[in-house]
Design a protein around this ligand. Structure first.
Ligand code: UD1
Ligand code: CA
Length: 481
């Protein structure tokens, strides 16, 4: 457990019981995705780094999916049976918090709260800290009302604010640190005498002032990270902010981004030197890009390890791909899970791969499907080659040894093996193993039909014969082999 100011144990309370009506979605608000993950996961990942004595999650609306999503997390779940306001929600968590604790209260719909802010709140000498922010558009937030001396007086919610108060641009971020003992008392005194008919947590702050324990107001330079998401529009604003931060982090590591506004990171990315990423790329899961890797426009990579100097060309979609150095993938390649490429492999346009390992310097340059297959080194896969891996029930493996040449438009009906150095003639359907270093082909012999006539239209009684569009006459040709 981390030590903070004083020796008070830190208890984090996340308020997540609200319905999130303003999202207009069947998905609970805190499970709405931000950068590909439910927004609550961002906040949780942050507070876990504080190593608090306990994280209390107040839940109520949408409990089931929320608890299912966070099943593996160490959380003290607190049910708020009825959503009677943020003050009531926090009061529900208090029985699990000792009097000498320092209570860090967070709203679950503020997913990007910076760790450094929480750390400085806990390091502050003051036990009661409130984070405020200046917004050009304060709509929807509680306004910070100050007295004539400029000292904090109260928080007034939008619905209860006078026109004068509505003009205040300093707002409540919803992030607080409280000493547990007085907080417990104040919460018990809350009344629902306001526009919403709810127990407002914010009223506790005026009580603190009345008890001569005014909060320390803390501001944070990066106000964008403190914003909440009540609506889809606000969530999209947070998403863009998050993405800008991710792009900047990559740029700080030397990545060349064609346009930092047109890259989306939905996971973790690690990069070598001289990586370049073109526009409209999505990187998700765990992606590692080696030195000199370039990713073309419109590519989507999920859980990929891309070796040094590999080029992923435009509009390629890669999932669970591990590739060596100096490969070329795409344009328009679809590499599905289990694709393992050794060095200098080429996967060209309209090639689909799945559960396949391909040896160094092998090529599948055009229009192929390679699934459940093992390819050796220097293999050449002709255009239109298909591994027929599925018999309707089971998947079967195709093995292709080193230095094999597969002619275009070949079907390899698995299970089947092609020996080292074998040649397969174009247009073959290979159903049995092909021996090493020989030409194997299966092709019906070519035939030409002598005296063949193109179809003729039937004579039309009304107009001249031979007009296009009339029925063709029966054919009387003779086949010649
Ligand atoms: C709240 C603050 C407002 C602040 C803003 C910051 C109050 C009364 N107002 O307003 O001053 O500027 O956050 O975003 O606190 N929740 C519960 N149980 C409830 C009600 C809410 O758990 O009964 C949870 C919600 O799930 C949400 C959080 O508390 O995660 C905040 O509730 P919300 O309704 O979004 O409050 P705001 O109107 O945004
Ligand atoms: Ca809110």
């Amino acid at each position: 457990m981390a030590e903070h100011s004083g020796s008070a144990p830190v208890h984090v309370v996340i308020l997540a019981a609200g319905k999130g009506t303003r999202m207009r979605s069947t998905l609970p608000k805190v499970l709405q995705p931000l950068a590909g993950r439910p927004m609550i996961r961002h906040l949780l990942a942050c507070v876990q780094q504080l190593q608090p004595a306990q994280i209390h999650m107040v839940h109520g609306h949408g409990s089931e999916p929320l608890q299912a999503e966070l099943a593996e997390q160490k959380i003290a779940w607190v049910l708020q049976p009825e959503q009677r306001g943020t003050g009531h929600a926090l009061a529900c968590a208090m029985p699990g918090i000792p009097d000498h604790a320092s209570v860090l209260v967070l709203m679950a719909d503020h997913p990007l709260v910076p760790l450094e802010l929480l750390q400085s709140m806990l390091a502050a000498p003051h036990q009661l800290v409130l984070v405020s922010m200046q917004l050009t558009d304060p709509a929807g937030y509680g306004r910070i009302v100050r007295d004539d001396q400029g000292e904090f007086a109260a928080i007034v919610e939008q619905a209860d604010a006078s026109p004068q108060q509505l003009a205040i641009s300093e707002v409540n971020s919803g992030i607080y640190r409280f000493p547990a003992a007085p907080l417990r008392d104040w919460l018990q005194q809350l009344a629902a005498d306001n526009a919403a008919g709810e127990h407002y947590l914010t009223d506790v702050l005026a009580m603190a002032v009345a008890a001569s324990q005014p909060p320390q107001l803390m501001q944070w330079p990066d106000a964008q990270s403190l914003l909440g998401a009540n609506t889809q529009q606000q969530l999209a604003t947070l998403e863009r902010h998050y993405q800008r931060q991710q792009a900047e982090l990559l740029q700080q590591q030397g990545v060349h981004l064609a346009d930092p506004q047109r890259l989306d990171i939905r996971g973790r990315v690690s990069v070598g030197t001289d990586v370049s990423i073109d526009v409209n790329v999505i990187l998700s899961g765990d992606c590692r890009l080696g030195d000199g890797v370039s990713i073309g426009p419109g590519c989507v990579l999920h859980d990929c390890h891309i070796g040094a100097k590999t080029r992923v060309l435009a509009h390629s979609v890669l999932e669970d791909v591990h590739c060596g150095a100096a490969c070329s993938i795409g344009p328009f390649a679809h590499c599905r899970p289990g694709t393992r490429l050794d060095d200098a492999v080429k996967i060209g346009n309209f090639v689909e791969t799945k559960q396949v390992s391909i040896g160094a310097r092998s090529k599948a340059s055009h229009l192929s499907y390679l699934g459940d297959a093992n390819l050796g080194q220097r293999v050449n896969i002709g255009a239109g080659t298909i591994t027929c891996n599925y018999d309707g029930v089971s998947k079967h493996v195709t093995s292709i040894a080193d230095d094999v040449f597969i002619g275009s438009d070949t079907q390899l009906v698995a299970p089947v093996s092609i020996g080292p150095g074998a040649f397969i003639g174009a247009g073959s359907t290979i159903t049995r193993d092909a021996p090493a270093a020989q030409l194997t082909l299966s092709r019906s012999a070519q035939k030409t039909i002598a005296g063949w006539q193109p179809p003729r239209p039937e004579p039309d009684h009304d107009t001249a014969a031979g007009q296009p569009g009339s029925k063709s006459s029966p054919q009387t040709q003779k086949e010649q082999d």
